[in-house]
Every structure is written in structure tokens, then in C-alpha cells.
Design a protein around this ligand. Structure first.
Ligand code: MIC
Ligand code: SF4
Length: 644
């Protein structure tokens, strides 16, 4: 039987397990990436494994999330720790200023046909060049760096069958927004989204990467494009033609679902506050006053995207509207360098745009928080409530085309009104200068790892007891994001300090949560659908674990977060009957009983609601490996016990 691209990638890396949908398989990881905000924990875990040098083909440690180094030593200390550790363990170090991990990885390191595991949920960006690129928690990445396999549920594969060509002023962001509109933020769970059809050849690599990047918002395992002549041209322009191999679906390859999308019929789309799937046509909300426009983030910060904005200003002689604050954050040093040399940058500065570093910046709430109740149009990928730093800020997600139109007119505007479309030609040669990537030390014994006082030890926990008893600490609704659980922004500098960062847990919902949890010795969290969507940050499991949270009982979970909970020995459990969610209230006293038997003999565990005097059946759905991990109290305990 013919295979699709996703199956070829998984099957060629299979270490163990049956390639059967829904079953857990283990795959070999060729490359890893980390970023600073998740990297410190990942490397502390890697160190704890006692492996002298990474065992991957390539591992890169990026500093791109928190580069401001404001308000004290913490952030700069983390960077020093990351740089010295990378040097010692055979890891390439991409210095702050070199760019956002996903953009740089696509440009300089990604290889079609290989696997990439990254401690960031937008790792699927490299799916744009035909990699199997998956986001995961730092601990899973640490295991992969140590040569261990990565476990995943063999996914369903969805074909997005593209036909036609995008019209002027409509771009890749509109494609993924349309798919989000159709599938929703949980429509991709357990699936790989594969792009095919004759429309594929009309999309450049940066456009493909915009689409695979934001597949993370579907909750998908990953997204992937074939590797074809366009991929080859892109790699050749990066001076990496020899990294190219062809990768395409076999004739007659089967898919579990097919979605047809005619690119020529697409219109400019926009996601309204506060979810990436709250999508409508730009034309439906035209005229709304805009306070801020931000162009950048790992979704839309390529040379193509920034030149499109620049050329629009230049060709039309436009300026930024006097009531709009516009920022530009380039995706990489390469992009910034190239637009500086060809004057693209000057045209944006001339027009009144504010230029930021080549980092995540406002996307993670690091600066540029919008004014109270302000409307912010961003080319980013997430618009969760409060993520921008302004609780009542209204963040909309759109293409660079729609962003620049709003910056010019001061109101949401269909970009097709801007006149002639400035087509941006892909450069025949990108400017290649890898001097901001520091190779590992030739003699690791000479490197000592710098540890500042902000780097605290990893919290530990013991094996799972036979029963778990405690109160419901908080009852939550659907789509709780990791930004709700452990916010970023001003808390970012405590990513390597779990005791301090734990004070942030659920702080936007209940400012006293951490005090309450600590005072009563932990308990349970109750969630709705898609609990833990968004980021791969394992702190959203680690910090609740530190506060004594024993289990999260929800209607459903996002993939990465569920894995992170298991990794840290917190039980993610779902309702056998979703209506039972209504039979548990905040403050109820609960007990999970006969845990060992429930976990090992089937899929059901019993929850006693002591307050209301009733028993509720919960499902775990763990693989045998996950059961053992949970029983051991988490992955570190499990792997240490196995190694003995
Ligand atoms: C995000 O976009 O939410 C982040 C910040 O990049 C996270 C990683 C993190 O929390 O450090 C992600 O997407 O995984
Ligand atoms: Fe950075 Fe935003 Fe991309 Fe996350 S989504 S990696 S914060 S740019």
C-alpha cells in the first residue's frame, strides 16, 4: 500500500511499536531544538541523566524568548548557563539576536526527511521543508538528546488538498486561519495535517512554514509539506542544496480525512479575541478602530513577510496612521540583515514603524502590551486572553497584508483596497552568516557551567500512593491554556526557579491560588475540554506539582500538556461520562482509590466525591509506558529506576 508523507517520516524512524493508528510508537530523533524559556529546565534534566554528550545528529540551543535582560541578573544568568552548558555537551548555541528558533532552524539547520523534536510548540514550522517536526516538553527533548526515543500515538493523517493559487493580498496566514475556522483549536488532536495537491507548488517555503507553524493551534501532532523543487530552491538559496532530498506521498497513498481548499477562492481572514479559531473574513469587521499593529513572531517574520510590508508602504507612499503604534520584529538576523542592506528596513522606519529585536518580543507578552481595552492586530499565532500583558486587550491575528492595511488606515481594512500587490521575489541567495551560532567546545573538560542564584534545583516527587485525597482547588471551563496555568510575560525570568514561578499558577483567574494550594497541601484541578492547549512549557505541570496538585480531571486534554503531566507524575484523567463534570464543585473533597489496580488492569479509575457521596468513573487512556511512569512518580524516577 502506498504511504503518505507523514507515514514515510514516522515509519523510517520507528524504533519500536506497531505502526498502527492509535497505538503508541517510539521514534528516533535526529535533531533537537530548545529555546531559553524552556531550555534551562530541559538542560537541568539532561544533566541529571549523566550523558557526557548529546547523541543526536544535531542539537541547537536558542536564546530568543527572553532577551531583554531587564530588572536584574536572572535572565542574563540563564543565558550564561545555557551557553556554557551547550559548549560542554556538544550543542550549538544560537546567541540572543540571532533570531527566533523556528525561523533560524528552517533557514540554517532543518533537513527534509529527518525528525526534529523541540521544546516549543511551534517546532512544526520545519514541517514546511518536509521534516517530521514535533513540539514536546523539555524532559522529552532531554531524553531525545540523551539518545532516547520519543513516544507518540501513531496519528491519523489528514490531507489538505490544495488547488489553485492565492489571489493578490491573500497569503499563507489566510490559509491556516481558514483551516482553523473549519477545524477549531482542538480539531487536530491526534492527527498530522499533511498538505498536498497541485496548489502546493504555488507556495514558497516561508509560506509553507507559516502554515505548518500555526498547525500547532489546531492541537495537531504536527503538520508537513512534501519536499519538492521549491524546497530544493530554498535550501540552495541558503547554500544548503546538499541537505535536500525529495519526499512525496506515494501514488494511491491513503488518508484518514481529506479537506479540499481552493486557494483562489480564499479571502483575507482574521481571528478575533481570544482564540485562534474565532476566525471570520476581514471584510466582516472592517472599520473597527485599531490601536496597535505588530508584525513578526515565528509565524510571519520571514524576508517575504517584512518585504511585503515595506514595499506596501513604499509603493503607495503610505505612513503609519498617527493613532497606531506599529512594531516590526524580524524573525532572524538573516532577515534583519537583508532588509537593512536592501533598504526595506528604511522604508518601514520612514513610514513610522518601530523596530524591535529579532526575537519573540510582544508575542510572549514581552513588551508592547496594548492599552486598556485596546485593539491590537498581530501577525502572530496566539491571541489568548491576557497573553499580551493587557487583560482586557483585544488581540486579532492576521496576515502581514491585513496588518499593514490597518497600520495605514487606523481601522481594520480589507488589504485588497490597497491597490497593486507588491509581489516579493524570493532571493536567489540569502545572506548567510552563521557567526552568531557558537559551536560546542573542542575540549569539553575545559568548560565549567555557569550557574547563577536564579537556577534552582528541580523539584522531586515520590512514587504514586495507592490513593490520592484532597479538595478541588479550582473548577475551570473549556480551552484553558498554558498561559492561564503559568503565564509568561513578566514571569519569564523565573523559568529556572520553580518555587518562585509557582506563585504565578492560575494567577490571572485566582490570585490566591498558590497560597491556597500550599496551605492545604495541594489537591485536584477540574477542567473542561482541551485543557492545557497552547505552549509546550512543562512548567504548567511542574509548578502545579510543586504546589501539590495530584491530578487534573478534565473533559479532554491537549497532547503536549497531557504528556508533560505524565512526565511529572500528575494524573491527567478524563470523565467516562462528560456530564459528571457538573457533579463536582470547587471545594469538594475527592479521593482517587485503588489506583494501582485501576491503572494496570484497564482504563478506568474510581473517583469518590466524598462531599456529595457519589462515585464517578474516570478514564486514563495511558499506554503501558505511561502507566509505569505515573506509578513511579514521573519520567525521571521511571528512567532512573530502569537504569538500575
Ligand atoms: C509560546 O508561544 O507560548 C511559547 C512561549 O513559545 C511556548 C514555549 C514556552 O512557554 O516557553 C510554546 O509555544 O511552546
Ligand atoms: Fe516565540 Fe511567539 Fe513563536 Fe512562541 S509563538 S516561539 S513566543 S514567536
Amino acid at each position: 500500500m502506498g504511504k503518505n508523507v507523514a507515514q514515510k517520516l514516522i515509519d523510517s524512524h520507528l524504533v519500536s511499536g506497531d505502526a498502527q493508528q492509535g497505538k503508541e510508537v517510539n521514534i528516533r530523533i535526529d535533531q533537537t531544538l530548545t529555546q531559553d524559556a524552556t531550555g534551562t529546565m530541559a538542560y537541568l534534566q539532561f544533566e541529571a541523566m549523566g550523558v557526557p554528550k548529546v547523541r543526536t545528529k544535531l542539537s541547537v540551543s536558542y536564546v530568543d524568548h527572553n532577551t531583554l535582560q531587564y530588572g536584574g541578573f536572572e535572565n542574563a544568568d540563564d543565558h550564561r548557563f545555557l551557553q556554557t552548558l551547550a559548549s560542554k555537551y556538544g550543542i550549538y548555541f544560537s546567541r540572543p539576536g540571532n533570531g527566533i528558533c523556528h525561523q533560524v532552524h528552517l533557514e540554517r539547520f532543518g533537513v527534509p526527511g529527518q525528525t526534529l523534536l523541540g521544546s516549543d510548540s511551534h517546532t512544526p514550522t520545519s514541517g514546511g521543508i518536509g521534516m517530521l517536526a514535533i513540539g514536546a516538553g523539555g524532559l522529552d527533548v532531554a531524553v531525545a538528546m540523551g539518545g532516547g526515543a520519543f513516544s507518540l500515538t501513531y496519528p491519523k493523517v489528514v490531507l489538505v488538498n490544495l488547488k489553485g493559487k492565492l489571489k493578490p493580498w491573500v497569503s499563507a496566514k489566510d490559509v491556516i486561519l481558514e483551516i482553523l475556522r473549519r477545524l477549531t483549536v482542538k480539531g487536530g488532536v491526534g492527527k498530522v495535517i499533511e498538505y498536498g495537491g497541485e496548489g502546493v507548488k504555488s507556495l514558497s517555503v516561508p509560506e509553507r512554514a507559516t502554515i505548518t507553524n500555526m498547525g500547532a493551534e489546531l492541537g495537531a501532532t504536527t503538520s508537513v509539506f512534501p519536499s519538492d523543487d521549491i524546497t530544493k530552491e530554498f535550501l540552495a538559496a541558503q547554500g544548503r542544496e546538499t541537505d535536500w532530498t525529495e519526499l512525496k506521498a506515494d501514488d494511491g497513498a491513503k488518508y484518514d480525512e481529506t479537506i479540499d481548499l481552493d486557494l483562489s477562492k480564499l479571502e483575507p481572514m482574521i481571528a478575533r479575541p481570544h482564540m485562534p479559531d474565532a476566525v471570520c473574513k476581514v471584510s466582516e469587521i472592517e472599520g473597527m478602530k485599531v490601536d496597535q499593529v505588530c508584525v513578526g513572531s515565528c509565524t510571519n517574520s520571514s524576508y517575504r513577510d517584512l518585504m511585503l510590508v515595506s514595499e506596501t508602504f513604499k509603493k503607495g507612499g503610505f505612513k503609519v496612521h498617527p493613532e497606531v503604534s506599529m512594531t516590526i520584529s524580524p524573525g532572524s538576523k538573516q532577515v534583519l540583515d537583508m532588509i537593512s542592506l536592501n533598504k526595506g528596513l528604511s522604508h518601514m522606519i520612514e513610514a513610522g514603524a518601530r523596530i524591535l529585536e529579532a526575537t519573540c518580543g510582544p508575542c510572549i507578552g514581552n513588551g508592547q502590551s496594548p492599552p486598556s481595552a485596546g485593539v491590537s492586530l498581530r501577525t502572530f499565532n496566539r491571541n489568548f486572553e491576557g497573553r499580551s500583558g493587557t487583560k482586557d486587550g483585544k488581540v486579532f491575528l492576521c496576515s502581514p497584508e491585513t496588518a499593514v492595511a490597518a497600520a495605514i488606515y487606523g481601522v481594520i481594512t480589507d488589504p485588497r483596497k490597497l491597490g497593486k500587490y507588491p509581489k516579493v521575489k524570493a532571493p536567489a541567495k540569502f545572506l548567510v552568516d552563521d557567526s552568531m551560532v557558537v559551536p560546542p567546545a573542542k575540549d569539553p573538560s575545559k568548560v565549567s557551567i555557569a550557574r547563577g542564584p536564579n537556577i534552582k534545583e528541580l523539584p522531586k516527587q515520590g512514587a504514586l500512593p495507592e490513593s490520592l485525597k484532597g479538595k478541588v482547588l479550582i473548577k475551570l471551563g473549556d480551552n484553558i491554556t498554558t498561559d492561564h496555568i503559568t503565564p509568561a510575560g513578566t514571569w519569564l525570568k523565573y523559568r529556572s526557579n520553580v518555587p518562585k514561578y509557582s506563585e504565578s499558577v492560575f494567577s490571572a483567574i485566582d490570585a490566591k491560588f498558590h497560597e491556597k494550594a500550599k496551605a492545604i497541601g495541594g489537591g485536584f484541578v477540574l477542567g473542561g475540554e482541551n485543557y492545557g492547549q497552547g505552549s509546550s512549557r512543562e512548567h504548567a505541570a511542574l509548578c502545579p506539582m510543586y504546589l501539590g496538585v495530584k491530578a487534573i480531571i478534565a473533559k479532554s486534554f491537549a497532547r503536549i500538556h497531557k504528556d508533560n503531566l505524565v512526565n511529572f507524575g500528575i494524573l491527567p484523567l478524563t470523565f467516562e461520562n462528560a456530564a459528571d463534570y457538573d457533579g463536582i464543585e470547587d471545594g469538594d473533597e475527592l479521593e482517587l482509590v485503588n489506583l494501582k489496580n485501576g491503572l494496570t488492569s484497564g482504563d478506568t479509575v474510581t473517583l469518590k466525591n466524598i462531599t456529595r457521596g457519589r462515585d464517578i468513573n474516570l478514564k486514563h487512556g495511558y499506554s503501558p509506558r505511561q502507566v509505569e511512569t505515573i506509578l513511579a512518580g514521573g519520567t525521571l524516577n521511571y528512567t532512573t529506576a530502569k537504569a538500575k
